[in-house]
Ligand binder design. Structure first.
Ligand code: GLC
Length: 550
């Protein structure tokens, strides 16, 4: 097995981690200061969301220079120090490659937009207006509004899958691909342990750009439906692998929604372009199609089980699964999976149990180890996330009242995952001595790292214990996965088996006690449970139990 299959990864959102300059936003030095904390979580890799130079329209996912550090985060010297000091603690730093688009302030785009003949003119996706002057197609960007913006200088529209300030790069141009591989290799040479590859399913555009059937009152269709996973994309991805990854002891995990199980083998594994692929079937249960916040569908535990089991099966012989329940784009998992629970701590621990015992590499997200919850701010104006604005506007246009549209934001806004880390109960939770860029969650006086560190039953210490058990129980990393109690509508259960042992994991998603057959645990001991005084044969509400024979 490779090192990254055995490790635990931590996704770190630098802007909200720790501010050492009193500026209200996090710094690389802040990460260096907290390496002991990170190390106490038993992790071996930290995926940093982008720290490159950026106007921060989308918090760094709009890159103006792929090989420079944004001054708000610090300097390249700080970054080198982080690589080195993290390595001393056995932690590799993973870089986020935002290669579908750049910032509109990137010198490549500033040159490209000048005219149609300059050396960069073909680095982005430019098209003429329709005869009536309107956008070339009726595609809606993922953050809302048209996916096309008019450029006066050039007299053409450019395509942006995301915000207008994030123009899509033209991967069909070999010069663009070369420049991007060069940037990635810059990070390999500096010591990156791997890459998370952003929004990669959009890099290949269709040969013909045509209007799609509108899916909303705005007369537009989501750009996702028109451009995601266009045939031919794999040629680019394999080229990326050859030019950047081959021959290095690094891993890649691609953000690639909508890759089907049949196609998976071309994407991950021996013949695939990546090592792992983040797919969202288990996290987007309420969106049967495009992720439109105001149109969620109901879902049941059976849906969640099906999604998770499918992913386990799909990566059984091919590739490797990155397990995750939170990231910087998603709500907090307690609120997502247990929206009305009376037992938030149990919920946090149950999700931790799944995260660390399903087959694959766990990706823990900043704050998840402290049991963070969603924020519910009383007005859309208090939100910062660019997609919250787009989704709110869309909901209003679809006829939702202000109140209902805001409720969608409460449930799905990306800001819930982005509020500052809560280190202690001092003002602004010890995150900054200035004014934080996003308000600190008002539960910080109890939900903070210092308080949880001191409480043996805290969510934080649960995650530490889980990490230790995982490290010392080979079957949890190496074992095969088989679902148990598949028909249950309240319990998600499975076993992990290998030549080296066996483990059984039982989790009760309901708020009622549930019985289970004790023979499931034959020959094994309870290693961990989130409810004191575990009673054999019964799972208490939201109880999670791990049995193992090692
Ligand atoms: C990915 C990122 C998200 C970003 C978007 C555009 O989905 O995870 O945060 O806004 O790509 O780069």
């Amino acid at each position: 097995m490779k090192w990254w299959q055995k490790t635990i990864a931590y996704e770190l959102y630098p802007k909200s981690f720790l501010d050492t300059k009193g500026q209200g936003t996090g710094t690389i030095r802040g990460i260096i200061e907290k390496l002991d904390y990170l190390s106490s979580l038993g992790i071996g890799a930290v995926w940093l969301t982008p720290v490159c130079r950026s106007p921060m329209v989308d918090n760094g996912y709009d890159i103006a220079d792929y090989t420079d550090i944004d001054p708000s985060y610090g300097t390249m010297e700080d970054m080198d120090e982080l690589f080195a000091k993290a390595k001393e603690k056995g932690i590799r730093i993973v870089i986020d490659l935002v290669f579908n688009h750049s910032s509109d302030q990137n010198p490549w785009f500033l040159a490209s937009k000048q005219d149609r003949t300059n050396p960069y003119s073909d680095w982005y996706i430019w098209r003429d207006a329709k005869e009536d002057g309107s956008a070339p197609t009726n595609w809606r960007g993922i953050f809302g509004g048209s996916a096309w913006t008019w450029c006066e200088e050039r007299g053409q529209y450019y395509l942006h899958t995301f915000a207008a300030q994030q123009p899509d790069l033209n991967w069909a141009n070999p010069d663009v691909r070369r420049a991007l591989y060069k940037a990635a290799n810059f990070w390999v040479e500096r010591g990156a342990g791997g890459f998370r590859v952003d929004a990669i399913t959009y890099i290949r555009k269709p040969d013909v750009f045509a209007d799609g059937t509108p899916d909303g009152e705005d007369g537009m269709v989501s750009v996702h439906d028109m451009t995601a996973n266009t045939p031919g994309i794999l040629d680019y991805l394999h080229e990326f692998k050859r030019e950047v990854c081959d021959g290095h002891d690094i891993f890649t995990v691609a953000e690639a929604n909508g890759v089907s199980a049949d196609e998976l083998k071309y994407w991950v594994g021996k013949d695939g372009a990546f090592d792992m692929l983040f797919e969202f079937s288990h996290i987007n249960l309420e969106f049967k199609g495009v992720e439109t916040w105001c149109r969620p569908d109901p879902w049941t535990l059976k849906d969640l089980k099906r999604a998770l089991v499918n992913s386990q099966e799909a990566t059984k012989d091919n590739g490797w699964y990155p397990v995750f329940f939170e990231n910087h784009d998603k709500p907090r998992c307690i609120d997502h999976f247990f929206p009305h629970t009376e037992y938030p701590d149990r919920a946090a621990k149950l999700m931790g149990m799944l995260l660390y015992t399903l087959r694959g590499t766990p990706f823990l997200y900043q704050g998840q180890e402290l049991g963070y919850r969603n924020v519910k701010w009383p007005s859309i104006d208090l939100y910062n996330d660019i997609s919250s604005y787009g989704q709110y506007d869309f909901a209003r246009r679809e006829g939702l009242s202000e109140e209902k549209a805001l409720e969608c934001v409460h449930v799905f806004s990306r800001d819930s995952a982005r509020t500052p880390m809560q280190w202690d109960d001092s003002p602004y939770a010890g995150f900054t001595s200035g004014t934080p860029w996003l308000p600190v969650h008002d539960d910080y006086q109890t939900q903070n790292a210092a308080a949880e560190d001191a409480d043996p039953d805290s969510v934080l210490n649960w995650y530490r214990r889980l990490a230790e058990i995982r490290r010392n129980t080979e079957v949890l990393t190496e074992g095969d996965f088989q679902e148990l109690m598949a028909e249950s509508e309240t319990v998600f259960a499975y076993q992990r088996t290998s030549g080296n042992g066996k483990a059984v994991i039982l989790t009760n998603f309901s708020s009622e006690p549930v019985k289970y057959d004790v023979s499931l645990r034959e020959g094994m001991q309870v290693r961990l449970t989130n409810v004191p005084g575990h009673e054999e044969g019964i799972l208490q509400p939201l109880e999670a139990v791990l049995y193992a024979d090692e």
